[in-house]
Ligand binder design. Structure first.
Ligand code: GLC
Ligand code: CA
Length: 588
């Protein structure tokens, strides 16, 4: 038997495009597909090999396209099906792959399946969504149970035509599909998956892919938020009993017809042992997943994911979260991913490093070193490559567009009668982790609206675009952008250790200022990758792993400006990558 060929997606450098804020080609203030196509050479030059495009499907945009009304069509402001064919072809012509977002836990309430389903209890689509009778208590009509929607409020919405409630784990315009029915699964596979694989795309990022299978007894959730009507019910709808059965069915009956399709799943709230069941190669479910331990740092998940409760995390917690994700491959046949940003998170520079003007660039390059030296499929998010950071604290609620953030803010305002200090507190949390931070227009140049649009942008452009933009950074050899380019190239040259490295070991777990780790590869005997990262505004001493200060080592790269030499200490936010040639530390 010949050895199986390695999966193409393991070493691929991926880049997420969130279409509304990426590049507008026709001046209507909204990014679009022709805009994306016009930037492909830029992405190619950066070293990007796979593009993940967030939902561009037809949608009423209650949740920025994650509420799909037709899987087989494009949201008109983004373009047409012809534009999509063009995008697929343009990517492939440049030797790049394209994956789309697969949002099949729910549809929009404007999807034809739901419009039909809600009419009565006997139509063809009557059971395609999760319908339940009301509870009648003291003659009063109540929701079937106390579940809280992930975006706040009840997870149930009443429908008069049927005198029933339907389930929506997200906003009420996102009804959950009833995966229990085989006919529903077939419908989803055909319309959402096969339609696009037939057009030649290379895979999917799978939205909330551990929520399809619910506890079908729909019990009340235990009370965690005291005094609240609706309770977080994650235990009853996350990693449910039939998840693995359905993902296997999807792989065997649908995806296998198309070859090595990348399925990268979004998998919040799942412990390591459970993650393995989804991504072990033998399980044949998902290729890899986005594990949320890193990006959830600092958000109060125990409060039901309320975005205004933030707690500053510590560097040791950050290291521990990264260790968990890196260790997924330790002694297993699984694969992992590397990411610090996406469209649901605050910018990594502001959350995990610093956006202080004096250290910003150095810190962005340090995070680039971290990402590009970790094992797994690498995902960058638009704007990360130029060091975009969160909007300033001075922005008011009127600038926000995200339904999740607005719900969180309005909830606080309502509870506290618009008390200004409470409102300020809510905004402070959102300024750090609110989703709009990642949704501000990409800063292409220093012309009006950062070159994102010639019209009126649908969301405010970051104030600092004159200092942080693509055009200026292309010209500056010391820019964050040119550093990313260099770092991505280095990652490819040293793929054994950087992309596929094993034995991830942290040497200074309790250090609050520096993160030091090593990696090795079974076929590179004696060699090790040694990485130092400073998370501090001050100079820091180097903590060499036992014995490694004495051995022969080659500095592969540092994030200092060209011409500057590394010294005895780490300068603020410095990063260094060494290749240890002959480690005497066999066994470490
Ligand atoms: C995922 C998406 C997010 C969306 C939600 C509901 O978490 O990333 O943007 O709001 O699913 O589809
Ligand atoms: Ca447009």
């Amino acid at each position: 038997m010949t050895a199986p060929s390695p999966n193409w997606w393991k070493a691929s450098t991926c880049y997420q495009i969130w279409p509304a804020s990426y590049k507008d080609s026709n001046g209507d203030g909204i990014g679009d597909i022709p805009g994306i196509i016009s930037t492909l050479p830029y992405l190619k030059d950066l070293g990007v090999e796979t593009i993940w495009l967030s939902p561009m499907y037809d949608s009423p945009q209650k949740d920025m396209g994650y509420d799909i009304s037709n899987y087989e069509d494009v949201y008109p402001p983004y373009g047409t099906l012809d534009d999509m064919d063009n995008l697929i072809k343009s990517c492939h012509d440049l030797g790049m792959k394209l994956i789309l977002d697969l949002v099949i836990n729910h549809t929009s309430d404007q999807h034809a399946w739901f419009l039909e389903s809600r009419k009565d209890k006997t139509n063809r689509y009557a059971d395609w969504f999760v319908w339940k009778d009301p509870r009648i208590v003291d003659g009063k009509r109540l929701e079937p149970n106390n579940w809280r929607s992930i975006f706040g409020g009840s997870a149930w919405e009443y429908c008069e035509e049927r005198d029933q409630y339907y389930l929506h784990l997200f906003v009420k315009e996102q009804p959950d599909l009833n995966w229990e029915l085989e006919e529903v699964r077939r419908g989803i596979y055909k319309s959402a998956i096969e339609f696009w694989l037939d057009k030649g795309i290379d895979g999917f990022r799978v939205d909330t892919c551990n929520l399809y299978s619910k506890d079908i007894t729909y019990p009340n959730a235990v009370v965690r938020l005291h005094g609240e009507e609706h309770q977080p019910a994650f235990d009853h709808f996350t990693n449910g009993p039939r998840m693995h059965e359905w993902l296997k069915e999807q792989r065997e009956q649908v995806l296998d017809k198309y070859g090595d399709v990348l399925m990268v799943g979004e998998l919040p709230g799942t412990d390591a042992a459970e993650v393995l069941q989804y991504v072990s190669a033998e399980a044949r479910e998902l290729s890899c997943v986005f594990d949320f331990d890193v990006v959830m740092l600092g958000t109060a998940t125990h409060a039901g994911g309320k975005k205004h409760h933030t707690v500053r995390h510590t560097l040791p917690q950050f290291k521990e979260a990264i260790r968990k994700v890196q260790d997924l491959i330790r002694g297993t046949d699984a694969w992992t991913t590397v990411f610090l940003e996406n469209h649901d998170q605050g910018r990594s520079l502001s959350r995990f490093a610093t956006d202080k003007p004096e250290w910003r660039e150095q810190a962005a390059k340090m995070l680039a070193v971290l990402m590009c030296t970790l094992t797994g499929t690498l995902f960058l998010y638009q704007g990360q490559e130029i060091g975009m950071y969160n909007h300033p604290e001075s922005w008011g609620v009127e600038e926000l567009r995200d339904i999740d953030s607005l719900n969180a803010y309005n909830d606080v305002a309502k509870r506290h009668n618009n008390d200004p200090l409470w409102c300020k507190k809510a905004m402070k949390g959102l300024q750090l982790v609110g989703r709009d931070n990642a949704r501000l227009p990409v800063q292409w140049d220093d012309s009006k609206n950062a070159g994102f649009t010639t019209g009126k942008p649908w969301i405010r452009v970051h104030d600092d675009y004159e200092a942080v933009n693509v055009a200026a950074q292309i010209k500056d050899p010391n820019s964050v952008l040119n550093f990313y380019k260099k770092m991505i190239k280095l990652r490819k040259e040293h793929a054994d250790l950087m992309v596929f490295g094993q034995d991830f070991s942290v040497w200074d777990f309790h250090d609050q200022d520096v993160f030091t780790f090593t990696k090795s590869h079974p076929e590179r005997h004696g060699e090790k990758l040694l990485v130092f990262l400073s998370f501090s505004d001050e100079e820091q001493p180097l903590h060499y792993p036992t014995g490694l200060d004495k051995v022969k080592k080659e500095l592969l790269l540092s994030n200092l400006n060209e011409g500057e030499e590394v010294g005895k200490y780490l300068s603020p936010w410095e990063a260094r990558v060494y290749l240890i040639k002959e480690s005497v530390l066999n066994g470490y």
